[in-house]
Design a protein around this ligand. Structure first.
Ligand code: AHG
Ligand code: MN
Ligand code: MN
Length: 334
């Protein structure tokens, strides 16, 4: 398939919809260019000397990989001088990065998980970048945490780039979810799927089963019923997949359906969950909803949550609409 380039898609959206201005188009192009640079670094692996630990930790107490730090720097460097942003926030930075005074400032905020699934890098499994775009609120500079504490419904764009056998950028501007595959010879992203629709039903689920003893009753019930297969109340056999890179697991669901769960459990309850709201759950929820799927915490729609903290964590259940509704229903019954 040889679809239109990302540039052409963005220009056509800009023409068709007044709300996609030149600044947002530039922002997406710049993020895509940074993702290309990260794809190249990830692809070099050991030959580039990029594998292994950085020897540092982030604010969340997680050990940083060299590629976490490098990907963060690539995204910062690419985005700070274009004049489209007021500020940037990242999993790998305690607080937002202000636009240096020497550069003009724009009206958008960019949040990202520069390298998701980085525990997989050293074993050569797919990893990715996740990003979310917000407007900087009136009266804020974009350098304060508070500027970023907006519900997911206010996102103007969201996307991820999965670095697998191909590098694929999946993007939504609030007008459907579309996929662009990197043509490595040309160095450009070309559309390979338009208006993706996640099937409402599925026979595939993704959860880290080693946490089973920590799960709450509704999740235990749902997983037990899926494991009972044809003989149980759900009346069909399920398959299970867990890559341990959210980007790769979500990409499978965006491609062929499924349900992904990193639910609340007694191990992560004190922190609110495992995955981060602003740069993991919210952008993925927007992408999935724009593709006809659903995303909840088990109790509430993710995009409706009112963030309290920049690095806030939340439970995440997302994917095929009917399955998300079923397990969310089990939570609400209890
Ligand atoms: P990150 O590498 O950005 O810290 O995120 C890792 C996340 C997510 O990608 C994945 O779904 C989950 O952690 C895997 O958790 P387990 O190791 O508990 O399976
Ligand atoms: Mn992550
Ligand atoms: Mn990460």
């Amino acid at each position: 398939m040889n679809g239109i380039s990302l540039t052409r898609y963005l220009i056509e959206e800009q023409r068709a919809k007044a709300q996609i201005g030149a600044d947002l188009r530039l922002l997406i192009e710049v993020v895509a260019r940074a993702c290309k640079t990260i794809a190249i670094a990830v692809g070099k692996g050991d030959l580039g000397g990029v594998l292994g630990d950085a020897g540092t930790g982030n604010i969340q107490g997680e050990a940083q990989k060299k590629l976490d730090v490098l990907s963060n720097e690539i995204l910062l460097e690419a985005n700070e001088w274009g004049g489209h942003l007021a500020g940037l926030a990242s999993e790998e930075m305690d607080h937002p990065h202000a636009i240096p005074n020497e550069f003009p400032k724009g009206g958008y905020l960019l949040l990202f998980d520069p390298l998701d699934g980085s525990s997989n890098i050293d074993v050569n499994v797919s990893v990715g970048t996740i990003f979310s775009v917000l407007r900087c609120p009136e009266g804020m500079t974009g350098a304060e945490d508070d500027a970023f504490l907006q519900p997911g419904t206010t996102q103007v764009a969201a996307g991820y780039c999965v670095y697998g056998p191909s590098a694929i950028l999946v993007l939504t501007l609030g007008n459907g979810t579309h996929a662009f595959t990197l043509d490595r010879e040309l160095g450009s992203f070309r559309m390979t799927a338009r208006d993706i629709q996640i099937p409402a039903d599925t026979k595939e689920f993704a959860i880290n089963a080693s946490n089973a003893r920590f799960w709450e009753a509704p999740v235990k019930r749902y997983v037990d019923e899926m494991l009972e297969g044809k003989d149980g109340p759900l009346g069909k056999d399920y398959n299970m997949r867990w890559v341990a890179s959210m980007v790769a697991d979500v990409h499978r669901i965006v491609t062929r359906g499924g349900v992904f769960m990193y639910p609340l459990d007694s191990k992560t309850k004190d922190k609110g969950g495992k995955l981060r709201l602003l740069y993991e759950a919210n952008p993925m929820a927007m992408i999935v909803e724009q593709a006809g799927g659903a995303a909840t915490t088990g109790r509430e729609r993710i995009l409706d949550l009112k963030p309290q903290k920049l690095h806030q964590r939340v439970p995440v259940i997302l994917g095929s609409k009917n399955e998300v509704a079923r397990v969310t229903g089990y939570h609400l019954e209890g």
